[in-house]
Design a protein around this ligand. Structure first.
Ligand code: HEM
Length: 461
């Protein structure tokens, strides 16, 4: 029934819908097509035809877990050589998914989160010290690079008791370069037909092999250090190594532990870094929003040098800024859904069991039917309690949906809200007036080239 789903005009034989599209910007190209073609469309490249959903009604139907489940395809499937049957890349039928999910879920409970909070604060203080030095020297700060340092250190320390020393380095840690390499390769791999990949991507494949080897070596080192030290304080790594399943008594195999450590080190920092970077971009571009958020931080935190766990959740407006940034630029920009059995999507589009589609989150988050004619405009008040209640369910999905939704959601939101609060309280965030938001894509989204000048904060009386 594909013929009822529109595709871009000017489809070329063999190569497909590649006119005006770039392998570097698959998400932004799909967003453009979606705006022209409507809530569901298809795109063909090199013999692969992919159906995209960007409309809220269809996306809500795809959230029905009785008929649909996560689909491991495209970019996610391309990460299987790195992350294997780790939590993010596991197929639904792989038994290690349920095992690891049950063993690791308590690591994301409220109590666990409260336990991570002091370590998150320690890492944030490193960022503040670094930004103080940059401000004193009259330099601008590289926002995505510094947010990546922060989020990598946070997941490494809270989850694995490991210190990458990111703030003591001028350049990104080689773990980050290797990770960006594998993410970029996984994206690039989508744009080349399978049989031609060995030929067209020979050099890239070789580099990717080296990147994967580096990631493996790094995590093996982290695991060895833990085993040598005889155990940590019950963090994620302890759970992976020592905790047996509460019912079956089963444990994760050493190979699976390696997959999980890579998964959490990567999934646990890259997207949060992007979310923080986009939020800082919007705060710098909207001084009135920043002033309101700053006033809230002052009111809720006062001068407390180290705000407590409970005080973070009380930053309601700061959290709305973050939500609004994730609405416009969901840093994990798509998720796959497949039919569990023969079904009809939205009562219109028949799908065979196993057929799948990609939900384009940024399109869903800008559907004018839900978000209004001004959906492209940044406005944190879209997330005040009354506005949220008034919206239909399944319209805001930056963390995916259902059983395979993000396990780290609370972790990311707590960390990012804490950091935004600390930065707002300390700095006036001044944009470069010439900067125009550019989006870098490497499976995830990042504001490219975003630098800010840090001023003394204006007093909020
Ligand atoms: C899954 C987004 C932070 C770990 C997901 C999915 C999305 C997502 C959309 C579902 C993907 C799919 O359906 O294919 C985000 C965003 C984050 C974030 C936007 C930050 C703003 C984190 C953090 C961690 C984490 C901090 C770990 C500490 C995971 C894992 C999965 C996952 C392990 C796979 C869950 C499963 O399938 O059981 N994330 N994530 N994420 N995320 Fe996150």
């Amino acid at each position: 029934e594909l013929h009822r789903i529109p595709h871009p005009p000017g489809r070329l034989p063999l190569v497909g819908d590649v006119r005006g599209a770039s392998p570097r910007t698959p998400v932004q190209d799909s967003m453009r097509m979606g705006r022209q073609l409507g809530p569901i469309f298809r795109r063909k490249a090199f013999g692969k035809e992919i159906v995209f959903v960007g409309g809220a009604e269809l996306a809500a139907d795809l959230a029905d877990e009785s008929r649909f489940a996560k689909h491991v395809g495209l970019g996610v499937a391309n990460l299987r050589p790195v992350a294997g049957d780790g939590l993010f890349t596991a197929y639904n039928h792989e038994s290690n998914w349920q095992l690891a999910h049950d063993v690791l879920a308590p690591g994301f409970s409220r109590e666990a989160m409260a336990g991570y909070h002091p370590m998150m604060l320690d890492v944030s203080e490193r960022l503040l010290a670094h930004w103080d030095r940059e401000r004193a020297a009259g330099r601008t700060v590289d926002v995505p690079a510094d947010m990546t340092k922060l989020t990598l250190e946070t997941i490494a320390r809270t989850g694995f008791g490991h210190d990458f020393g990111s703030f003591e380095r001028a350049r990104p840690h080689p773990f980050v370069s290797a990770m960006v390499g594998t993410l970029t390769f996984a994206q690039q791999r989508n744009t080349v037909p399978d049989p031609l990949a060995p030929l067209l991507l020979r050099r890239a494949t070789r580099r990717n092999d080296a990147d994967m080897a580096y990631l493996n070596e790094t995590v093996d080192g982290v695991v060895r250090a833990r085993q040598a030290s005889g155990g940590g304080d019950g963090d994620l790594l302890d759970r992976m190594l020592e905790t047996a399943h509460p019912e079956t008594g089963e444990r994760l195999s050493p190979e699976n532990v390696r997959r999980q450590v890579i998964t959490f080190l990567v999934a646990g920092h890259e997207t949060t870094s992007g979310a923080l970077s986009f939020a800082l971009h919007y705060l710098s571009a909207h001084p009135e929003t920043a002033a309101r958020a700053r006033a809230e931080v002052d009111r809720v935190w006062g001068d407390t040098p180290r705000p407590g766990y409970e005080q973070v959740a009380r930053l309601r407006y700061v959290r709305r800024v973050l939500d609004e940034a994730l609405r416009l630029w969901p840093t994990a920009p798509a998720f796959g859904r497949e039919a569990r059995r023969d079904t009809v999507l939205g009562g219109v589009h028949p799908m065979r069991r196993g057929a799948w589609t990609l939900v384009m989150t940024a399109l869903l988050h800008r559907d004018p039917e839900v978000w209004g004619a001004d959906a492209e405009r940044f406005d944190p008040d879209r997330f005040d309690a009354a506005a949220v209640r008034a919206r239909p369910p399944h319209t805001f999905k930056p963390f995916g949906t259902g059983a395979r939704a993000c396990i780290g959601r609370q972790f990311a939101l707590h960390e990012a809200t804490l950091v935004l609060g600390l930065l707002l309280r300390r700095y006036d965030l001044r944009p470069d007036p010439a900067y125009r938001l550019r989006i870098a894509e490497r499976l995830t989204l990042m504001p490219e080239g975003l630098r800010l000048r840090l001023g003394e904060r204006a007093s909020s009386s």
